[in-house]
Every structure is written in C-alpha cells, then in structure tokens.
Design a protein. Sequence first.
Length: 223
Amino acid sequence: MQVTATEVQRIYQKRFSEADKARKAQIWRVIVSDFFQKWVRPSDVVLDLGCGYGEFLNYLKADRRIGVDLNPDSETHLATGVEFFKHSVCNLPFLDDNSVDVVFTSNLMEHLPDKRHVEQMMLEAKRVLKPGGHFVMMGPNIRVIHGRYWDFWDHVVPLSDLCLVEGLENHGYEVVDAYKQFLPYTTRSRLPSAPWIVRLYLKLWPAWRIFGGQFLIRARKPV
C-alpha cells in the first residue's frame, strides 16, 4: 500500500480535529521537556522523520531542527525556526552524510508500504547520522496491542520491539535502550492527559507495563 501526499493529507485531516491536535500538543510538550530532551543537547542537529504536526520538534531545544513528512499540512503547524521538507523518509538527498546528531521517528514505520521501506529508512538514517549519533524510534507494538494494530486504515507493516532491535543490529547499529512498552497506544484514549499526570506517568515506569502500547528504542551509530 503506497499512499500519496494528497491521501496522507486527507486521512489526517479527517482523523484529527483541532481539539485532538491541541490535546496531543499538550501531552507532547511534557513528553519532550521531561523525557526526550535529556537525549538531545542544545547544540545538536535533530531530524524528525514523519514529523506530523510538530509534536516533537516544536518543543525541543536544539541548534537545528529538521522535519520531513509527505503531508503538506505539516509545514503550517511547525514552530518558527523548524526546517521542513515534504519528501519521502526513505531518501534524504538534502542532507549530507554524517550531518545529524539525533534522528527521531514516532508512529511512522507502520505506515510505510512494506518492511523493505523500513529497512531503507534505517539505512538512510544511519547515513546522515554522525558517528556516535542516535536513532530514536517509537511506534505501536503489535505483540502488545495485537488486533488493535489494524484499527487505522493506513497501518500496513506490523512491527514489534524485538524485530526492530534485530533489524537495527543487522544493519550495524548498537542498541542502547529498548522498551517493549512506553506510551499508551493512542492519545485519543480516555486516559487523563493533564500535564501533571503525564509527568507522573513518565516517572513511574511500572505504569508503562500496564498502559504502554508503544515500543521505544534508541540505537547508536558506531564511532
């Protein structure tokens, strides 16, 4: 299943209302500041593959922030100073080798046409990463959420934390962190999302094993 930029735009316009976007932004502001920022230095160059509406990049402190997405609506939601490229995440000709400190991706790989495209994205991320740079990936874990994985029309590739760890290691990455469960499957759940609750959730990692439906993996490009 290969979707066009127009199809991506249409799907997400229908899937997320303005209220949904505001709720996601509130949640991600806390997730970035209280969790992911510790993996990013203020001097870093950060690339977000499948940047969506800027949930990650908009709240991140970094010297250079770059977003890539097929959805043309993404650019209108990105904060001032974030660079945007409407392009495939599997081919990044606008970035040099060894030029990025951190590559991030969240809830993207399951939308790619097949596992070969996931592999191409891994290799392209490795190309642009500096030696010692990190590739951070999040996404729904099929061995946790099972059949709910297919509740979204554009979910194509079933992925788990174990298969991605194996794939990363097979392609020369060193896996630093691998969590079977991290955040809940979707921000559209009935779970409360006040900032103080999100902060508490991030600190109480045993709660991840109850509510978490997404894997979190951080891998390093060898020096």
